[in-house]
Design a protein around this ligand. Structure first.
Ligand SMILES: Cc1cc2nc3c(=O)[nH]c(=O)nc-3n(C[C@H](O)[C@H](O)[C@H](O)COP(=O)(O)OP(=O)(O)OC[C@H]3O[C@@H](n4cnc5c(N)ncnc54)[C@H](O)[C@@H]3O)c2cc1C
Length: 476
């Protein structure tokens, strides 16, 4: 939706990027069916310097900006800003891998660089990217800045350095950056305050580049697939936690409720877990053997296998081979698993399907996981929406539970009521969200850290960005 005064406002950008990179249109439809904000238009800069000049020009006229990288933040708002009356910056054309050092394990990338693009550069090398299971065409930087979760760990752990345009147009580099004259170890914290994380879910500036860590590629890897019935959820959680706590698991252990497991070809009604082990071939053979052995002896699981990916005769062969490849840093540019889950190509989501995300953190205990399942069952009873739930185990004590609500676009009201119910009931149980969609900004005040911390964050924002130039309302 465009706004009449936007004609002048947006023409400021044309002087900087050229008329062909400026449009009076907003971001268009979003798959969450969140309210489309009233914006002045969309600008598509090509370089970091154009971003700097745009920020300076709009700050001087007290106009606010909302930036996205590739805008595939499906379920949380896609490309939609949190506030009305902003200019939208689409950074997808800043798509250069500026520098890469495979031996030392880092790459300097721009916001439009996708996980597929960076992974392709690492193909056949001893390094890999920590990829997510979102589309291969989503941004490495955009996902990390929203605290996204990859298959190896949370993406913020891969951010070594950031290049940021501050609200007054000054460009700063924080964290670790390559030194042309000597080799320094890749380490983001340096001396003094560690500033990289300030810009994650922070509207203190627009990120135009990042140093991303490249991980050593394991020599061998296997995913053990386990199925279990709902009645065994507590016991299965206890077993999975034990393997996690005892260091048998590599990468992010994942478990899926029956609605989410369908995307991986599981038997209807059953839960699914993927337990990844990697290392040297001997270590992988030993560890996956131990997990299979213990899983069978526990009597908790209906089906246990560590051979699906290797065995072409297995009914789960193709999907498990793709899952193993994604743990090895291949985001699959054909989006096969993504499309199987969503039922359509990624770039049709915003127009054709209703889809919402809720992302709380749970303690990794049987009680919490069972409670979360009960809360989702209550939502189903009250609204008729059967939520998908995927547990991403981030450590022995914490699970990122990805709750998904798929709905017909004509049922948006019911879906949003279900989303509100999930927010309320999970928060009451202590399962607080760690990412927010564009309509739930007030939850930053309801559960975003200590009151003194929120006040300090706002003091920082007021001193760095007194006019609210950058992404007003995006988190705070
Ligand atoms: C089937 C499916 C699977 C998914 N799997 C995963 C998954 O495994 N892990 C996961 O984390 N998510 C997942 N997602 C959610 C989402 O698609 C990803 O998080 C995706 O990477 C976000 O889109 P993007 O990379 O284009 O980021 P963007 O939409 O570009 O950015 C996200 C937000 O970050 C901020 N931002 C972005 N760029 C900048 C910048 N340069 N400067 C300042 N602020 C900026 C903005 O607030 C923006 O709204 C999945 C979604 C679906 C539908």
């Amino acid at each position: 939706m465009s706004d009449t005064p936007g004609t002048d406002t947006i023409s400021i950008a044309a002087d900087i990027v050229g008329v062909d990179r400026v449009s009076p249109d907003g971001p268009g439809a979003n798959t969450g069916l969140f309210r489309q904000r009233k914006v002045f238009g969309t600008v598509r800069p090509r370089t970091a310097d154009e971003v700097r000049r745009l920020v300076a020009a709009y700050a001087a006229r007290s106009v606010s900006l909302h930036a996205y990288s590739t805008g595939r933040n499906w379920g949380l708002g896609s490309r939609e800003p949190a506030d009305d009356d902003v200019v939208v910056l689409d950074l997808g054309s800043l798509d250069e891998i500026r520098e890469i050092d495979v031996d030392a394990g880092w790459a300097v990338v721009e916001p439009g660089v996708t996980q597929g693009q960076l992974a392709a550069r690492l193909d056949g090398t001893a390094r890999m990217l920590n990829v997510t299971v979102s589309s291969a065409h989503s941004s490495v930087i955009g996902n990390a800045l929203d605290r996204g979760v990859g298959l190896r760990h949370q993406r913020v752990e891969d951010l070594m350095g950031l290049e940021v345009v501050l609200p007054d147009g000054e460009v700063v580099r924080v964290g670790w950056w390559p030194d042309a004259h000597r080799q320094t170890p890749v380490y983001p914290h340096g001396l003094g305050p560690s500033l990289v994380q300030l810009f994650v879910q922070g509207n203190f500036g627009i990120v135009t580049g990042a140093v991303v860590r490249l991980l050593p590629r394991p020599e061998a890897l296997r995913v053990v697939r386990l199925n279990f019935q709902s009645a065994e959820l507590g016991e299965a959680t206890a077993q999975l936690r034990r393997w996690q706590a005892q260091g048998l698991v590599s990468g992010v252990l994942k478990f899926y409720n029956p609605a989410a497991a369908r995307g991986y070809g599981s038997t209807p009604g059953e839960w699914l877990a993927h337990v990844c082990v990697d290392g040297t071939p001997a270590a992988v053979a030993a560890l996956s053997g131990i997990i299979v052995d213990e899983a069978v002896r526990s009597g908790v699981f209906t089906d246990v296998s560590n051979t699906d990916a290797a065995d072409p005769a297995s009914p789960h062969h193709e999907v498990t081979a793709l899952v193993e490849r994604s743990y090895l840093g291949d985001p699959d540019v054909t989006d096969t698993v993504f499309e199987a889950k969503m039922g359509m190509p990624a770039d049709q989501l915003d127009e054709r399907i209703g889809f919402l995300f809720f992302l709380p953190l749970l303690p990794f205990t049987p009680e919490a996981v069972v409670k979360a399942d009960e809360l989702l069952e209550r939502v189903r009873e009250e609204t008729g929406i059967a939520c998908g739930a995927t547990g991403n185990v981030l450590g022995p004590d914490v699970v990122d539970l990805v709750v998904t609500l798929k709905f017909d676009r004509s049922d948006a009201d019911v879906a949003h009521r279900a989303l509100d119910l999930v927010y309320e009931s999970f928060t009451e149980a202590g399962f607080l969200p760690y990412r927010l969609d564009v309509d739930h900004r007030e939850w930053f005040d309801r559960c975003g850290g200590q009151p003194s911390e929120r006040a300090f964050t706002r003091r920082l924002k007021d001193s760095i960005d007194p006019a609210g130039t950058i992404a007003p309302g995006r988190y705070f």
